[in-house]
Design a binder for this molecule. Sequence first.
Ligand code: MTE
Length: 326
Amino acid sequence: MLIRRPPGYTIKENAVTPRAAWLRRREILAGFAAAGGTLALPRAGATKSLPAMSNYPPLKAAKTAYSPSNPAAPWEAVTGYNNYYEFGTGKSDPAKKAHRLTTAPWTVSIEGEAEKTGTFALEDLIDFNALEERIYRHRCVEAWSMVIPWVGVPLAQVLQKFAPNSRARYVQFFTKWARKEMPGTLWPVLKWPYREGLRIDEAMNPLAFLAVGVYGRILPNQNGAPLRLVVPWKYGYKSIKSIDRIVFTQDQPETSWNMSNAREYGFYSNVNPHVDHPRWSQASERVIGPQTGFRGALARRDTQMFNGYADAVASLYTGMDLKKNH
Ligand code: MTE
């Protein structure tokens, strides 16, 4: 078992929801049904068709204590309330339709400014014997948030395998465009395939993570199986799902949401309570957590700068105008 010393902004793992709490399924579903108006989570009946956690093969992961103090969202919310527009724009569409995506075998094409390029099997990118768990806050640009226990590897570890050269200033990611399996891509909601990008120093930051699992299990398709990015200090749309192409570039790459509306979705997309979305405030967020529904309404809390990860990432943006570079 790998032991890694957690950085200062983490807390002990036992401060996070105990497993039993994730599994109080019936109560949680009852709660969601009560909160259904605001949340649009699947109602109890519809949710019954969602595969149980035990249907997903377990992964062995070193338990690192990257974890915020608020408790994890329940499995049903993490896997039943999703954004994955390739399967539809409704929050329950991915859970209903993403099973259609063929995720094995899976290859990733590595291109651009790197010593090693070509097509690689998922298993060549990810060492499944060296996985770790990272419990991160996940903040959607739509102003809701969840705490999610991901399983995967640091992004830098994977990118370094391909020896990016000195011209590699950015890295771009693409979601697989499986036209026949992704009914949502029949509509030009976004420019397909979904694409995202990071500056190379952002990508190499220890917090940037590639997930292959969640809750200690293989990633469900609706969460971006078999390989998705997790960039916890940025809005969730940067965390691109089902990646099949990674390109090292000299220039700032195109990103799907920025292409669809540059005024509303910048390249950086750092979580920032002081920079509002043109159509809504980002000063606070609705928390989807285990208590959701017991109170009959979602808890609201103040948005944290860089989603609470400022200690680890603020130095990446020294001297930058974060309003202009939103
Ligand atoms: N990746 C792809 N390919 N397509 C998408 O529609 N949605 C993004 C991001 N990655 C999206 C995507 C958005 S808006 C969010 S908030 C997160 O995925 C949601 O991740 P989750 O469903 O695992 O919570």
